[in-house]
Structure formats: C-alpha cells, structure tokens
Design a protein around this ligand. Structure first.
Ligand SMILES: C[S@@+](CC[C@H](N)C(=O)[O-])C[C@H]1O[C@@H](n2cnc3c(N)ncnc32)[C@H](O)[C@@H]1O
Ligand code: SF4
Length: 455
C-alpha cells in the first residue's frame, strides 16, 4: 500500500497515550482518602527502592494567547495574580504533607510547567521554590526542570533557577517562520532564543530542550527546513517535535486561524518526515514518538537501558512515582490511581482555602488497566511489547492479536508468538497500534469528538 493510502486509512481521532486509561475514560474517581492512600503506597514503594517522589507544579499564567495552544492556561497581563497563586499552591503542598503525615518529602524530581512558569518575576519564583523546597529532602540523583517562554524569560530567572539547582530547561520555540509566528500569535526572534540558550549554558544548565510543532497553519516544507536549520545551529540536547493537536471544540482559540491554512494529513506527515531527515543528519536520534535527542543526552541512553518512560509531561529518562501534582488542573499519578485538580482557577483556590485536596476527577486502575497500561507504555517507549512473561494475565489481551493482524498486513508491525514489534514504517502509526490495546476505547467508542487526529 502507498504511504499516502496508509495515512488516509489510519488518520483517525485517537489518544496521545500520556496515560492509560486516557483521561476521557476515567470512571472511578478516588475519594480524597483513597487518593491519599494510593500516594502513601507509592511513596513507601519509592522509599523502599531508594528513590523519592516527583512533584509537578502547574503555573498557568501567560501574558498572551498563542492561538494553537492546547494547554490549561489563564491569560492575563495583571501580575497581581502571582503572589496569591503562590500562597495557594504552597498551602496545597502543606495540606498534602499534613494529610500524608510527612514533614519533609523525599524528592527525586521537580518539574515546573504551565502556562508559563517565568510569568512570575525572579523573586516570586524564588519565594515559591523556597516555600516548596524547605519541606523536601532531595535524593542524590534529583533532577529539577522547567518550561520557559523565551519572550518573557530573563537572565535573572535563570540565575534563581540555577541557585535552586535546576539543570534542565525547556524553551518553547514552535516555529521560526515570521508568517507562521504571526498567524498563531507567537512572535519571537531567533536572537531571543539564541541569547537565552547561551545564557542558560553559561550558567550551567546541562540539558536544554526545544519544543517545536509541525502541522501549524501556513507551515511549508521550506519553512520547516529553515526552522530546523536554525534549531540545529543552537544544538539543544533534546527536541520535542510535536504533532499539532487541533481540538477547536475544546480550545476555541484555535478558531482564530482558518482551517484552510492547516496542512492536510499528507502534508503534515511530510513536514515531520523532512524535519526528521534534517535532525537525523545533524546527529539527533528519534526517541519514541515525536521526540529527538543527541547521543549524549539521558533520553537517548534511556532507550538502550530500557528505562525510557512516558507520563503526562511527555517522555522522561526514568519512571519516578508518585507524581504529586500541585496547582490548577495538574494531574497526579500514584501508579494505581490518577487524580486531576480542579480546572477552573477560582474553584481550585476556593477548595484549597477550605482545606480540601482539590482533586475533582481521577481513576483507580483495575487489574486489566494495570496490564494494559504496561503494554501501551512498552509500545510508546520501546516500540515493542511481549505478553510471554510467566503470570501474565493474557485474558485481558484475548482480542489484541486479531486487531494487530491488520497492522501486520500493512507491514507496520511484526508479530512473535506472544509479542509484537513496531517496524520503521509503523512508527508513524504508533498511536493507532496502541489503540488495539485500548480495551476501554473498544468498549465505548466516543459519542462526541474527544481526540485530535492520529496523523
Ligand atoms: C506549557 S507550553 C511551554 C512553555 C511556554 N508556555 C511556551 O509556550 O514557551 C507547552 C508546549 O506544548 C506544546 N503545545 C501547546 N499546544 C499544542 C498543540 N495544540 N499541539 C501540539 N503541541 C502543543 C508547545 O510546543 C508548547 O511549547
Ligand atoms: S504555548 Fe505556552 S505561552 Fe503560548 S499560550 Fe500556551 S502555555 Fe502560554
């Protein structure tokens, strides 16, 4: 079958599998007590294996809306919101410590995401980190990371972060073409990015990631070539080359450009393929789905040591659990359960002020979920999975081999007796292959539009 025919065949709405079950299929909200218990169990397991927990803090503010944005943000130019938000999120952390009976949390990872964490001034960020880290004890292998928008990030931010021992930084680039930048309301120059990257390196950040998106309005092969050429010149250690997720029914900001300006399925894939070609010839290795890393980066070594992991933050070099999520809309993971905080800022604040853990939905994984989660994760991180292990509960997989036949016929997958491996050609359809393991999706196809297209 021609590649364009395969793209047409498999370009359907589908999850990105940053979790299994995927969020729309969560159906067993944990109570506050169940959630705390799941966290306690995961913390004791982590302690027994000598690691700590991870904290993800969601800092939602941005000064202006990039119209492609799919993140949970609050757009405002009023910086008066920062101090009260920092107080609330620190109070949320205090509530967790009190209810979990912990004085100091053993911490292996801290990730600040958003929105734009550097919307806060350097001194606000410092106060927040002080309030958080005074109640944590870092393990020797700790890693602190942050997502920043180069348009609002100053050297003073980087200095505060380095003093607080951050070594990983991720810059939102998206695209360097002025026409694309203009139509998505995200105008930033190459010089801004270069200056910030140079400053970060000089101050001792050892891992720099760039976020790029393919499939944005007005992108062409020539514009992608130009963007990648500029990126390669600055040599970030990692690159997330995201497929643009078009979900205007959830994110009305995406209606501010016309859909006619979006590259079609074929064109979108061609943008990725050209980008990949250029990145590979510059020494980057494709990791999992939509990610690239230099051979010196831990994301690359994680592939050979089979420790590559995927969670709500994307790909990580190891699996640190639990993820204690703080801040509006943040999603926590205690392995046996997920929970998401209130998505509306005002409700989140009200609940924390009342002394409640502000979760509003989640999922307690059952035996089937836990098995399927493992296979989806194996595919997403290793391009293969096997159900030959002794004790594997194969009854949960009874329908999977038949569903995989089609991928095999299309040369996207090779099947072993109790295993399967994604072929080079199949990488483009990884989300579709994972869907064959998604029993919840199979049982209840969505009645409304939930997911972006897989291609
Ligand atoms: C929280 S932002 C990163 C930090 C900062 N706010 C910025 O934009 O520079 C997270 C990343 O998600 C990606 N992203 C946002 N909306 C997306 C969409 N609709 N499809 C694909 N990627 C998207 C962008 O690459 C963005 O850099
Ligand atoms: S892409 Fe980043 S800066 Fe732009 S609106 Fe989304 S979170 Fe804010």
């Amino acid at each position: 079958m021609m590649d364009s025919e395969l793209l047409k065949k498999y370009n359907v709405p589908g999850p990105r599998y940053t979790s299994y079950p995927t969020v729309p299929y969560w159906d067993t909200n944990p109570t506050e007590n169940e959630w705390l218990q799941a966290l306690k169990n995961s913390i004791s397991q982590a302690t027994a294996s000598g690691t700590g927990a991870a904290i993800y803090a969601h800092l939602p503010f941005c000064e202006s809306l990039c119209t492609y944005c799919g993140c949970n943000t609050r757009i405002t130019r009023n910086h008066g919101v920062s101090d009260p938000y920092i107080n609330t999120i620190l109070k949320e952390f205090a509530l967790y410590r009190e209810k979990l009976g912990i004085q100091k949390l053993k911490l292996s990872e801290l990730h600040l995401g958003g929105g734009t964490p550097t919307f806060f001034t350097p001194s606000e960020l410092d106060r927040f980190l002080d309030g958080l880290l005074s109640y944590c004890e870092t393990t020797p292998d700790f890693e602190f990371s942050i997502e920043v928008d180069p348009r609002v990030t100053k050297r003073e931010h980087l200095e505060v972060l380095r003093e607080r021992r951050f070594k990983r930084i991720s810059l939102g680039i998206q695209d360097f073409d002025p026409k694309v930048q203009d139509i998505v309301n995200r105008v930033q120059s190459f010089e801004q990015v270069k200056t910030l990257t140079d400053e970060a390196r000089a101050l001792g950040f050892t891992s720099v990631n760039y976020d790029l998106i393919y499939g944005l309005p007005l992108q062409t092969i020539a514009s992608i070539e130009d963007t990648i050429e500029k990126v390669v010149r600055l040599r970030p250690d990692r690159i997330a080359f995201y497929a643009y997720a078009h979900v205007p029914w959830i994110k009305p900001g995406q209606r501010r450009f016309t859909e006619a300006d979006l590259p079609s399925g074929d064109q979108k894939r061609a943008l990725y393929e050209r980008g990949r070609e250029l990145l590979e010839s510059a020494g980057y290795i494709e990791i999992g789905m939509d990610h690239f890393a230099l051979k010196s980066d831990s994301l690359f070594t994680a592939v050979s040591s089979k420790s590559l992991h995927r969670n709500f933050m994307g790909y990580t070099a190891r699996n640190v659990n639990p993820i204690l999520a703080l801040g509006v809309s943040a999603i926590g993971d205690a392995w046996s359960a997920f929970a998401q905080n209130e998505k509306l800022l005002e409700t989140y604040v009200e609940r924390v002020e009342r002394g409640e853990i502000p979760i509003y939905r989640g999922h307690v994984l059952n035996a089937e979920d836990l098995i399927l989660r493992k296979h989806v994760l194996n595919l997403m991180t290793r391009m293969e999975t096997s159900w030959a292990d002794a004790g594997e509960r194969v009854e949960y997989l009874s329908e999977v081999p038949a569903k995989l036949q089609e991928f095999m016929q299309d040369a996207l997958l090779e099947m072993g007796t109790n295993s399967c491996t994604v072929t080079e050609k199949g990488r483009a359809f990884l989300r579709n292959i994972c869907m064959a393991f998604d029993a919840r999706l199979a049982r209840k196809a969505p009645e409304t539009r939930l997911f972006s297209q897989t291609v």
